[in-house]
Design a protein. Structure first.
Length: 252
């Protein structure tokens, strides 16, 4: 395996979790990476926590990209993409955690498949980052039409090879659920997403109102069908039914 991995993290008011996320990246068995932390107009101590870690550890693979105004996750990730020096692009959210072998296993899988776009399985975790035992398994392949019905691709599990896809195509649309909109855009352009069915990521879910989360998820997926993909109402309803069943199955 060879090639630098650029890991992009949008950071917004994440002082409670960001240090642990950084430490999980630093613990990777694959060591050729850079960590791009896009501090997006934070109102808390996120930037200070990151700088203290950098000064203490003298970690030159960590780069801080500071933005005074909060512009949102899509623009933050796109800024990180512009600054990325690596061949491979990976994402991790500021409160999620990686298993130590995540990059090594995923990069090996990508190279074995000669793939452009890969993702992995993951496990739900509680607010403390402790796995709940609920593991999401992923299909071996996803094409565009299947992906419309199955939003199993999770941001913190994704990796792209920029020698096989133009970086311009990886810019996230500035809308809610910008990550899913990007996956669909890439797949719509003829690429295939390959799933590595290994539990390599902990998806932290802080305690919030489950009912409001569900309503927001419904609004977002419907907006994606109608606005991002331009699907008709019947086609949107058709895909929505599959999405709803699978979304519930992942959480029970």
């Amino acid at each position: 395996m060879n090639g630098k991995v650029s890991i992009i993290v949008p950071v917004y008011n994440a002082e409670k979790y960001i240090l642990e996320t950084i430490e999980h990246v630093a613990a990777q068995t694959y060591e050729d990476w850079e960590l791009l932390l896009v501090v997006d107009g934070c109102r808390d101590r996120s930037a200070q926590v990151i700088r203290e870690y950098q000064e203490t550890k003298q970690e030159d693979r960590l780069r801080i990209i500071a933005r005074e105004e909060n512009m949102g996750a899509a623009k933050a990730r796109n800024r990180g993409l512009q600054e990325a020096a690596g061949r491979y692009i990976a994402y991790v959210d500021a409160d999620d955690l990686w298993q130590p072998e995540k990059l090594a296993h995923q990069l090996r899988f990508l190279q074995e498949k000669q793939a452009t776009f890969v993702f992995t399985g993951y496990e739900f975790a509680d607010e403390k980052g402790v796995g709940t035992g609920k593991v999401v398994h992923v299909p071996g392949e996803l094409h565009y039409k299947e992906a419309l019905k199955n939003t199993t691709i999770f941001t913190s599990t994704v990796m792209f090879d920029t020698e096989r896809i133009p970086k311009e195509l990886l810019e996230m649309p500035d809308m809610k659920s910008e990550d899913t909109a990007l996956w669909w855009k890439v797949l719509r352009n003829g690429y295939t997403a390959y799933g590595l069915d290994e539990n390599l990521v902990l998806y932290r879910r802080p305690a919030q109102s489950l009912s409001s989360n569900k309503l927001e998820a419904i609004r977002r997926i419907w907006n994606l069908y109608r606005r991002a993909e331009g699907l008709s109402v019947p086609s949107s309803l058709y895909n929505f039914c599959f999405w709803a069943v699978r979304a519930v199955a992942r959480r029970i």
